[in-house]
Design a binder for this molecule. Structure first.
Ligand SMILES: O=P(O)(O)O[C@H]1O[C@H](CO)[C@@H](O[C@H]2O[C@H](CO)[C@@H](O)[C@H](O)[C@H]2O)[C@H](O)[C@H]1O
Length: 685
């Protein structure tokens, strides 16, 4: 074969490959077993047919999956496939463009034979094509046998032209070519990075609680309304882990567990003066007892913490710790490393802010005066907690620290502990939120908490699943100690149920702050924050009584987490597909995960999994609508459909079944069930 001069396009151009983050400067991300949609533009001169193949390479460079891509919308020259890496590591993928001689011949022969023009010539061309493919050393023996047979049939003038042509478009041949096409002029588009991380980096249900509240005992109530409690401890809080595990959560996240400063300590409801018995905000880290490496003496010892972590592990839970890089004025850092803070002209240090919020009880850090000293200290602290059994960190306000620092820290930690996971608590402008994802944060809090209408939710689901998913893993939190959305304040239990249903199904990552299951909805007047916020006081709760009286949503949350575990489609992010409904308050989306194709180790018997979510977003009234489904998005096969083209859906929340088709009547009453989570029942044949 004559060699072509080296050019950037090569013989069959491949351009605009996705997912590629900033031209490959940062890797696209996935977690083990997750589907990664890939696409590229592939085209050529003239009118002959082209094809494209997506190839997935393991970290050792061996090919793990090779998938023939399918064409996108006509005229776009886009091609699509789905890849599924099965282990953590630095994977790569590549798109190959190629000349498709069968496609070219089949198109031309179909037209000419249909019109009775040059029939024998077309069949002879076909025979030549298959004979050449059979001779190709790269063709598998069984395929070569089939191609040789086909060549003989096409040349067999005893048979009718129609019969001979029909043999060249048989289902058997079509299926074979879908997997192993005849390719010429294969042009490799170059490999792109795909960082594959462990499952919990991108899939998981989080539950947050304050260990000091679990088992706290009210000792005395004073005339002025103040109270004295004995703090909960790791030993008492350990009992709560059983319930958290029973609800099916994967991660239990604890706000800071370090000593709390006394200077400018905050009192109940964010007041600026704390009473004698007020415990202060856990984020005001550092006191005479120690800083970020110490444990608040009220909570227990390092051994008690270890026992807590062990119990969590026994129950299948991982403990996530808060990493809040700031210091109370009493933190040892303030005296020992004054260069880590910004000292003003009058010698004072300004308190921290996250406008419009003011944090009068803490000092922010300055990463420019002594970058080396500070970064080494933070690395020491993170590694210390890792040594104590923690692998997951929820990072407070990372957007107020420089990006270089996060890129460096996460790289350093990941090199030693590739299973470390960092969740960015950055509620800020998109540029910074996205850059934190590129810098290495595995997960991010999102604006989901405030997206309520169908339009808002559709827009947000589209953004996080399709536009930013290669680098930004959205965690849908329904509430946090900082956020009690108005929707929950006024929507009653239905609001709590429907928000949980959307969060648990819309994103592979979702989170709940304790008390959600009790539908706690009392806000500090005029604010989006809880009244008598647990950030500033002890808040023991009687979960068992609420459950016994049927007031708890724990069974509902449990079911949602069961559904998530049973349905791998919900573990993927980029597969969100919106459908339409005639009612403006009815949200409809689906997530589908087809059986994998082209896995080279022969695995891949997992069946297609498709979940359809229909939610009434109005917590106050029943809504009726006609839901219209975009059927191709549901990966239905002829075997799934009855004679009327309908298929069975089963509601995973209630167990009810219906037969659905393209148009479906839905009525959702929030006082019964505000949502359907429907599974498409497939034929087992
Ligand atoms: O700034 P955000 O709204 O993202 O909230 C996070 O960071 C805050 C500062 O760490 C933290 O605020 C809490 O702790 C402060 C320091 O003790 C205290 O002044 C605030 O009143 C209290 O809300 C917040 O909890 C955290 O999620």
């Amino acid at each position: 074969m004559k060699r072509l001069p080296a050019t950037r396009f090569g013989r069959i151009p491949v351009t605009d490959v996705q997912p590629v983050v900033d031209g490959g400067r940062f890797p696209a991300k996935a977690v083990t077993g997750q589907d990664v949609p890939v696409s590229a533009t592939c085209f050529r001169e003239g009118h002959d047919a082209v094809g494209a193949t997506a190839v997935l390479y393991r970290p050792d460079g061996s090919a793990a999956q090779r998938v023939r891509m399918v064409p996108g919308a006509p005229g776009t020259d886009r091609w699509h496939a789905t890849l599924r890496p099965d282990a953590a590591g630095a994977w790569t993928f590549e798109i190959e463009g190629w000349d498709d001689p069968y496609g070219t011949w089949h198109h031309a022969a179909g037209i000419k034979i249909g019109a009775g023009i040059e029939e024998e010539l077309m069949l002879a061309e076909g025979a030549r094509l298959f004979a050449a493919a059979a001779r190709d050393r790269k063709t598998a023996a069984a395929d070569a046998e089939l191609f040789r047979g086909l060549a003989r049939v096409l040349e067999d003038t005893d048979r009718s032209v129609a019969d001979r042509f029909a043999a060249a478009e048989s289902p058997e041949l079509t299926a074979l070519l879908a997997e192993r096409p005849i390719r010429r002029h294969v042009t490799r588009g170059g490999a792109y990075p795909l960082l594959v991380e462990r499952r919990l980096a991108g899939q998981g249900a989080w539950y947050e609680f304050f260990p000091r509240s679990e088992g706290a005992v009210l000792e005395e109530e004073y005339d002025d309304g103040t109270r004295r409690y004995t703090s909960g401890t790791f030993a008492t809080a350990r009992h709560r882990l059983d319930a958290v595990a029973r609800m099916g959560f994967d991660v239990v996240y604890l706000p800071p567990i370090h000593p709390i400063g006394r200077t400018h300590r905050k009192g109940p409801n964010n007041t600026l003066t704390a009473g004698e018995h007020d415990p202060g905000s856990p984020w005001a880290i550092g006191a005479a007892e120690g800083g970020h490496d110490a444990i608040h003496p009220d909570l227990g010892t390092v051994e008690d913490f270890a026992a807590f972590v062990d119990r969590a592990r026994e129950l299948g839970l991982e403990v996530a710790l808060d990493l809040a890089l700031q210091a109370s004025p009493d933190h040892p850092w303030v005296a020992e490393h004054p260069q880590w803070f910004t000292t003003r002209a009058d010698g004072s240090i300004a308190y921290a802010e996250n406008p419009p919020k003011k944090y009068q009880d803490i000092y922010p850090l300055n990463f420019d005066n002594d970058p080396k000293g500070l970064r080494e200290e933070v690395l020491r602290i993170v590694l210390l907690w890792i040594e104590r059994g923690v692998r997951i960190f929820r990072v407070d306000n990372p957007h107020t620290k420089p990006l270089w620092f996060w890129e460096w820290l996460i790289r350093e930690v990941s090199q030693l502990h590739p299973d470390a996971v960092f969740l960015a608590e950055a509620f800020t402008r998109p540029a910074m939120m996205h850059a934190l994802g590129k810098a290495g944060f595995q997960q991010s809090y999102t604006y989901f908490t405030w997206r309520n209408t169908r339009e808002e939710l559709e827009e947000y689901l589209t953004e996080v699943s399709h536009r930013t998913s290669p680098y930004f893993r959205p965690s849908f939190w329904v509430n946090t100690p900082d956020i009690l959305p108005e929707f929950l304040q006024y929507g009653g239990p239905a609001a709590f149920k429907l928000r949980a249903a959307i969060a648990a199904t819309g994103s592979p990552l979702w989170g709940v702050y304790t008390g959600y299951e009790l539908c706690e909805n009392a806000a500090r007047p005029g604010s989006g924050e809880y009244a008598d916020n647990e950030k500033y006081e002890y808040k023991p709760r009687d979960f068992a009584a609420a459950e016994a009286e049927g007031r708890s949503l724990a069974p509902y949350l449990t079911r949602l987490n069961e559904i998530r575990r049973a349905h791998p489609a919900l573990g993927d992010l980029a597969n969100v597909h919106l459908h339409t409904s005639t009612d403006e308050a009815t949200l409809v989306f689906s997530k589908s995960r087809p059986a994998p194709r082209g896995l080279l180790d022969g695995a891949g018997s997992e069946p297609t999994d498709t979940v359809l979510v229909v939610v009434n977003l109005d917590p106050h009234a029943a809504r009726e609508s006609t839901v219209t489904l975009d059927l191709p998005a549901l990966d239905l096969t002829p075997g799934d459909l009855d004679g009327d083209g309908r298929f069975e859906v089963r509601d995973l929340l209630t167990g009810q079944s219906w037969r659905w088709g393209e148009h479906n009547y839905v009525r959702l009453d929030p006082y019964q069930e505000p949502a359907h989570i429907l599974h498409i029942v497939r034929s087992t044949a």
